[in-house]
Ligand binder design. Structure first.
Ligand code: SAM
Ligand code: SF4
Ligand code: SF4
Length: 351
């Protein structure tokens, strides 16, 4: 299909281009991180989406193809735990075939809790995955179990990280959400553990996503505080971001033993460069992590279940969703006195 948008970036209401697509491939997870899917809420009685409600791989590809035609260059698979989606390697393979408007493969990344990676890393690499972020909040077993719902030891994630490195999914980035009084004591052990290994350790400020994690500003350890602690033991120098819309601030160890990153989503909002569109597991488009409503694409996809050679309606719906976007929640957060009700959960929208 001829691409009418090749030379014209798809801009939102605040002139931000559409650049990234995050796809949540499942709302289920084998962990119960307290800040994301606390077990008191996501327990036995919780009703997850039924299989028929999920977008099929073919439906995901149809949406992704139109997003790429509108300027998306980077796609990240997330969830829930993306490795729980049956046949995920096949979806990676299908996405890896997409080409950007200038003929390049899309940058195809995944965020995973790593627990199932030891078995899957090689297949994901062979299928065309280019990058992998793995979440690990603590090395200390008791702290890790406390934060992740007491289902597996941290060794399971470390095995996954090793498998990813062996498979060549490098540089592996390891993400830790830091919660005051819970795992702040793990910042330095994590830095020490991954220095000199090629793994890039990144620390994320605990965010007020969803309605279930009981977020309080007091629980946030700011990026400045995290950096100060690391710099005290391992002097740091700032380095250039990977890309203009990169959310992580990058810092290198002065002694050349690697780099770390901090993601200051709460204390230093980056809404002004936010170029991410999110596709939920059941096919809704969200223009912000903190959005309360999404645009249903599944109904449209299923009206015409066979992809047509002309997917103009689908593309127009996506473009219009982006054009009307005004989101800048994190920048506005400071002005808010209390959390807004009715937000959607990160495990559903894809973190
Ligand atoms: N299950 C995968 C994982 O944990 O990497 C992918 C989905 S998870 C929702 C994506 C990322 O969101 C993880 O790095 C997780 O730590 C982060 N996350 C979840 N809830 C968060 C919160 N309240 N604040 C900051 N980061 C959060
Ligand atoms: Fe699962 Fe990831 Fe959420 Fe933890 S952060 S509960 S691993 S989806
Ligand atoms: Fe983007 Fe919304 Fe996060 Fe701001 S709050 S950076 S607009 S996802």
């Amino acid at each position: 299909m001829r691409n009418l948008h090749a030379a014209v970036p798809c801009l939102d209401n605040l002139q931000r281009p559409l650049h990234d697509l995050r796809i949540s491939v499942t709302d289920r997870c084998n962990l119960r991180c307290t800040y994301c899917m606390p077990c008191e809420v996501f327990g036995r009685g919780f009703v997850f989406l039924r299989h028929a409600e999920l977008l099929s791989f073919e439906e995901i590809i149809r949406v992704a193809r139109q997003c790429v035609a509108l300027g998306v260059r980077k796609i990240r698979l997330s969830g829930g735990e993306p490795l729980l989606r049956h046949g995920i390697e096949r979806l990676v393979e299908m996405l890896a075939e997409l080409r950007t408007n200038d003929g390049k493969p899309v940058d195809l990344a995944m965020t995973s809790n790593g627990t199932l990676l030891a078995k899957k890393a090689r297949a994901l690499k062979d299928a065309g995955l280019t990058r992998l972020n793995i979440s690990l909040d603590a090395l200390d077993e008791a702290i890790f179990r406390r934060m992740s719902g007491d289902r597996v030891p941290p060794g399971a994630v470390l095995e996954g990280i090793a498998a990813a490195q062996e498979a060549g999914l490098t540089p592996v980035k390891v993400n830790a959400v830091v919660k005051r009084g819970v795992n702040e004591s793990e910042i330095l052990p994590l830095v020490r553990h991954f220095r000199n290994t090629g793994v890039i350790m990144r620390f994320i400020e605990y965010m007020d996503v969803g309605n279930t994690n009981g977020w309080r500003l007091d629980d946030v350890v700011t990026a400045r505080e995290i950096l100060a602690r690391i710099d005290h033991e391992h002097p740091l120098v700032p380095i250039e971001p990977d890309a203009p819309n990169e959310v992580a601030e990058r810092w290198a160890f002065q002694d050349g033993s690697g780099e770390i990153g901090v993601i200051a989503s709460v204390s230093h909002a980056f809404c002004h460069t936010c170029s991410r569109l999110r596709l939920s597991t059941d096919g809704k488009l969200y223009t912000c992590l903190f959005a309360t409503e999404g645009v249903d694409l599944r109904a449209l996809l299923r009206t015409r279940s066979v992809p047509s050679s002309d997917e103009t309606t689908l593309r127009q719906r996506i473009a219009a969703t982006w054009h009307y976007r005004t989101d800048r929640y994190s920048q506005q957060r400071h002005e808010m006195t209390e959390a807004l009700p009715g937000r959607i959960e990160m495990s559903y929208i894809g973190g």
